[in-house]
Write a protein of this length. Structure first.
Length: 141
């Protein structure tokens, strides 16, 4: 079973320069998996939420490249919230963790690196189904 305590914040390299900073991410080194998909959320209206699902097999690494937002993490036993607001810090999410993103500040951009290409069957979009899958041992340990 995946646990929220395993969803760790990771500081990314930051190359400081008087012309502006640079941060880089290498799959297998900084995120612990080969990056197979990249997507980003932006122009999220005030008060709206994103996420509201868990993955059966996909790991994700979430970064607030601009602005800030909160990520609610739920493993079926414990719920915690992490605020992302630094463009050189990311949050690792393992499969089997329910996530909800909310509290987006104006101009926020949420970058997500994923271990797998998109596959609808990898998603659990209903919270009751998520709890049932956990109880049945259908999600990764």
């Amino acid at each position: 079973m995946s646990l929220v305590e395993d969803c760790r914040l990771t500081e990314l390299p930051k190359v400081k320069d008087h012309r502006g900073n640079l941060t880089f991410i290498e799959g297998g080194r900084h995120v612990g998996f080969d990056i197979r998909r990249v997507y980003y959320l932006y122009d999220v209206p005030g008060g709206e939420s994103r996420g509201g699902h868990a993955h059966r097999s996909t790991s994700e690494f979430i970064i607030a490249v601009n602005g800030s937002f909160e990520v609610l993490l739920d493993d079926g036993r414990e719920r915690i919230t992490r605020r992302l607001s630094r463009s050189n810090e990311g949050l690792m999410l393992n499969p089997g963790i329910w996530r909800e993103l909310h509290g987006f500040t104006s101009g926020s951009v949420c970058l997500v690196l994923a271990s797998e290409p998109f596959a609808e069957e990898d998603y659990i979009r209903d919270y009751a189904e998520f709890l049932r899958a956990l109880a049945a041992g259908e999600l990764p340990a």
